[in-house]
Design a protein around this ligand. Structure first.
Ligand code: FAD
Length: 274
């Protein structure tokens, strides 16, 4: 092994426990308090990744993936950081089922990841810019640049949105459907640029990945899709289960029909800007 460069010391690579390592890293950045590592629902490393892969159920996935308590795999941090390759995840999924058709939905989702990566590779400079105009009746200048503190702190006053924010910041993971709700709320209810939300997600997510993240945000914004994605409280109640607060008076901004929400959120659609 070569000697460290003059003036530099090598950092330790082994620790007695994850907490020791987290405290050491926190100390490097001058953080006083011990980090809350116990909250993270993911163990790092290849052995943990293999155990998570062994637990996937592609058949149940197809039927339940849109539900917060559905059979999603939580493999994304391992895939994102190269601990599992898409290829081996796909092959394992196929080996789990008798008929390849039964793994189709799951493999389609892996294909989304691959697709976003290929776009990023082909157009690396475009990842932070609007690929198309918004189809919301508004121009990009109509959206705020900064993410307000009530969103960062989970204090928007919309109960389910605040719960999603707390889950995201406590665990570094959010179910895909909750990511869609939160992103749509930020862009369309609060009229904030998707870039501000995407930047914040990348700081929070253990699977934070510029391609999957930014292009998903653009899909919701309508700068990379034909129309804006919106949702209502009835939809949250259908997919999120009893742990998420969907009491109407705690979620007034979402408790509307799709027709009413479209009229409220996009008043110019169908008009001269639509
Ligand atoms: C606003 C927003 C931001 C997102 N940001 C990220 C991000 O930074 N990093 C990231 O990996 N994914 C991102 N996604 C995609 C998706 O939400 C996550 O990949 C998925 O929720 C991870 O959980 P899982 O491993 O349990 O997924 P599963 O549903 O079990 O899917 C298995 C794997 O397929 C891939 N996958 C599934 N759905 C998607 C998708 N829609 N797009 C791309 N790949 C997918 C992931 O690698 C995932 O691990 C984002 C989605 C949205 C709507």
């Amino acid at each position: 092994m070569s000697a460290p460069m003059k003036g530099y010391t090598l950092l330790p690579k082994t620790f007695d426990s994850a907490l020791d390592m987290a405290c050491f890293v926190a100390g490097l950045s001058g953080v006083d308090s011990a980090p809350a590592i116990d909250a993270a629902p993911f163990a790092g490393g290849r052995a943990a990744a293999e155990a998570a892969l062994a637990g996937i159920d592609p058949r149940s996935y197809a039927a339940s993936r849109n539900h917060l308590d559905g059979a999603v795999t939580r493999l994304s941090p391992y895939i994102r950081h190269g601990i599992l390759s898409l290829d081996e995840v796909r092959n394992h999924a196929l080996a789990c089922v008798g008929n390849a058709k039964e793994a189709e939905k799951f493999i389609q989702e892996l294909a989304w990841r691959d697709y976003w990566q290929r776009i990023y590779l082909a157009y690396p400079d475009r990842i932070w810019i609007d690929i198309e105009n918004y189809k919301t009746g508004f121009d990009a200048e109509d959206y705020d640049d900064a993410l307000p503190d009530d969103i960062k702190g989970g204090e928007t006053g919309v109960a389910c949105i605040d719960q999603f924010i707390v889950i995201l910041s406590d665990t570094g993971y959010l179910h895909n459907h909750a990511r869609m709700y939160l992103a749509a709320y930020i862009i369309h209810w609060r009229r904030i640029k998707w870039q501000a939300g995407a930047r914040w997600f990348l700081q929070q997510l253990l699977d934070g990945d510029p391609a999957s993240n930014n292009l998903s945000w653009q899909w919701i914004a309508s700068t990379f899709s034909n129309k804006p994605y919106i949702f209502n409280l009835e939809n949250v109640a259908k997919y999120c289960g009893p742990d998420i607060n969907t009491i109407p008076r705690h979620n007034l901004a979402l408790d509307q029909s799709y027709e009413r929400l479209t009229a409220l959120l996009f008043p110019h659609i169908g008009g001269p800007y639509g």
